[in-house]
Design a protein. Structure first.
Length: 229
């Protein structure tokens, strides 16, 4: 009978040197949270660069980095590398804060008209209005819906495209039309923005339906915190 210790280098010295399951994924939740924190940091940077400094390079860099960090975060999720609930919620908060900040900045410089810009914070108000009802059933938050993630990415993708076309007159010097790349950027920017807002509100409807279902199937909490029978 062969000697297992001598035949398998992982069993030398009487111990298994294989990595325990989950060790390779231990750093993923930390990386995901760092990516979300970066988007939180970029939010005030966008406000400053667009509204105060009027620095196109910094503004476009912040928009681009927000898209990259969101894509990396989504890629880590698809790989199923041990995403935790706290990291998932931080990702949603980061996207929400950045989208609100960028929408405010672009409205301030007359890129996004106020009726469209107002739809973004109103959707957040709708989400916040559900919290008391959820807490009455002992639920802190609803599961994050994929539709909300797609909507946030559409909004993130629209910002640099819309910003590129800002402050472009209807006709350039010598009566020339705006360049084709600017027109294409503006068209794609508005396509992403309108689809993003539509999906944001669609996800709000889905969250409202889920909250209503929860209210109908879960008894309210008693004063001591226990669920009524």
């Amino acid at each position: 009978m062969p000697n297992r210790r001598s035949g398998d280098p992982r069993l030398q010295h009487g111990r298994d040197t294989r990595r325990p399951r989950g060790v390779a994924n231990r750093n993923q939740p930390v990386l995901g949270k760092l990516l979300s924190i970066l988007r939180l940091i970029y939010a005030p940077v966008v406000l400053w660069a667009v509204m105060i400094a009027e620095d196109d390079t910094i503004a476009l860099s912040a928009f681009g980095l927000a898209i990259v960090t969101d894509l990396l975060d989504s890629w880590l999720n698809r790989k199923q590398l041990g995403r935790r609930r706290s990291g998932e919620l931080l990702d949603v908060v980061a996207n929400t804060v950045f989208v609100l900040a960028a929408t405010l900045a672009l409205w301030q410089i007359d890129v996004i008209p106020w009726p469209i810009a107002l739809l973004v914070p109103l959707r957040l108000v709708g989400l916040l209005a559900m919290i008391p009802a959820l807490r009455s059933r002992g639920v802190r938050t609803l599961p994050v819906h994929l539709l909300g993630k797609v909507a946030a990415f559409c909004m993130l993708a629209s910002f640099p495209l819309l910003y590129l076309s800002h402050d472009i007159p209807e006709t350039l010097d010598l009566g020339l039309e705006p360049s084709l790349p600017i027109q294409v950027a503006q068209a794609f920017g508005w396509a992403f923005a309108l689809w993003g807002i539509l999906l944001l509100w669609w996800s709000l409807v889905l969250y409202a339906q889920e909250a209503r279902r929860l209210m109908a199937t879960t008894p309210p909490l008693e004063k001591g915190g226990a669920t009524r029978a």
